[in-house]
Design a protein around this ligand. Structure first.
Ligand code: HEM
Length: 419
């Protein structure tokens, strides 16, 4: 049943890069050019436009107000605008499910055992090429491409790889799902010869579904928890026999649309992202709802079942794990520029670790405290010594009293004699 752990390929490092980049500025008449020196001393030129200034966050770090680097793989400002356009597109076409599937199928070809980019596959925009769209697993995804192409045309400085992942994460969020901690800056492959070979995506009805899921998802470096959480994306959308061969031509839940009618959904409200996928499979509640063999495996395999049962009970646990797994999936195989990627979140990053409240020191707030001059200190000392004391050894209180009495008597006598 379950594939033994020692059948797994060895772990390989995921894509990423050095966090330390030194920037060397050289002034030019119309632009500022930054040569970025990575620790491996490879040189790269980042050209910064003079006009555009915006706030960017690189890998969670706030770089404050800096010129938008135009030669990052995608332009952060354009990504933000593209996100707004995707939200509008979703409102008018209800294409959430197919956008999620597009992002997943671009990323899901990743093979952690291949080091070189782009041979390793993954989220690199290769799915825009005909040759990959024609893979059997991608049937119908050309429709997602058609929907996104006008947005791509409008924002020339957004890569396909970023656009597919942006569209998918936005669709999940807009359908009521969790906010996904995405990063951007994915570099695109440049030609169809860089597309992965057919057969890297999972099959819905293999002889041994659980083992097959592990074969495919472990190859991507993902875990049992990721497999179950990500399968929960089937809370959205429908299967169409004319595309994948799975599902009914239509059901009571799909015959009216929205969007193009037909197909068989996994859930009743198939445009709402929630945990009903897990609830519905568990209850096998309705003949009209789809359960693929790979979906059923989530409640049959002992290790998958732990997560599936949990997600059926606890939507928050599902959302939390889904957000993490989706972000992981979206980064598979990607080459980022800058190497650490960047976030396009509007909200400012959290402040650094909260500083301890400052201790109140009254002396700090009193004003006018001055150090006595040396001559003044000597004068005081002389006066003390005149009374037989010293500033270091204050006089005893009765000395003071006696002196005060003597002074008072002298003053009285002087005034009496004077009058
Ligand atoms: C676990 C292995 C998986 C298998 C075997 C599988 C299989 C399928 C199949 C057969 C369809 C129907 C396609 C059609 O007829 O149009 C489908 C649709 C879909 N899949 Fe998966 N899938 C898997 C994992 C995933 C993952 C990981 C995601 C996202 C994170 C995902 C998201 C979707 C979505 C949203 C749809 C609906 C598309 C639409 O309505 O147009 N799937 N999947």
């Amino acid at each position: 049943m379950a594939m033994a752990a020692n059948h797994l390929p060895p772990t390989a490092a995921l894509s990423g890069g050095t966090a330390t980049h030194r920037l060397i500025a050289t002034a030019r008449p119309s632009s500022i050019s930054f040569r970025s020196l990575s620790s491996s001393a490879s040189l790269k030129t980042i050209r910064l436009s003079h006009q555009k200034r915006s706030r960017i966050h690189v890998s969670g770090a706030d770089f404050g107000t800096v010129a938008t680097p135009k030669c990052f793989a995608s332009d952060p400002e354009q990504l933000r605008s593209a996100k707004k356009d995707i939200v509008d597109l979703l409102k008018t076409t209800f294409c959430h499910p197919i956008l999620v599937r597009l992002g997943w199928h671009d990323a899901g070809t990743y093979n952690k055992n291949i080091e070189e980019w782009p041979n390793r596959g993954g989220a690199n925009g290769s799915l825009r090429f005909d040759v990959e769209q024609k893979h059997a697993a991608n049937a119908g995804l050309v429709n997602a491409l058609k929907l996104l192409q006008p947005i791509k045309d409008k924002y020339a400085s957004v890569t396909y790889a970023d656009l597919f992942q942006l569209a998918s994460a936005t669709a999940v969020e807009e359908a009521g799902g969790p906010k996904i901690p995405m990063k951007y800056g994915r570099v695109d492959v440049t030609g169809p010869e860089q597309c992965p070979e057919e057969g890297r995506l999972p099959d819905a009805g293999p002889p041994s579904p659980a083992a097959h899921l592990r074969d495919v998802f472990y190859r991507m470096g993902l875990s049992d928890k990721d497999i179950v959480a990500l399968s929960g994306a089937h809370t959205l959308g429908r299967s169409r026999p004319e595309r994948s061969g799975w599902g009914k031509p239509e059901t009571k839940y799909t015959k009216e649309g929205p969007g193009a009618p037909g197909g068989q959904s996994w859930t009743v409200k198939w445009l709402r992202f929630d945990n009903s996928y897990f609830k519905d499979i568990k209850e096998r509640r309705d003949e009209d709802l789809l359960v693929l063999p790979t979906d059923a495996a989530l409640f049959e395999d002992p290790s998958f079942k732990v997560f599936a049962e949990k997600y059926a009970e606890d939507e928050k646990a599902f959302f939390d794990d889904y957000a993490v797994a989706h972000a992981k999936l979206s980064n598979l195989g990607s080459k980022f520029d800058p190497p650490e990627g960047f976030s396009i979140n509007d909200e400012p990053p959290p402040p650094p670790a909260a500083a301890a409240p400052e201790k109140f020191e009254a002396a700090k707030y009193s004003s006018g405290k001055r150090e006595l001059s040396d001559s003044m200190k000597q004068k005081i000392r002389a006066e003390y010594e005149g009374f037989g004391g010293s500033p270091d050894k204050p006089l005893q209180s009765n000395y003071f009293l006696n002196i005060m009495i003597v002074i008072a008597v002298l003053a009285l006598l002087t005034s009496l004699l004077g009058s």
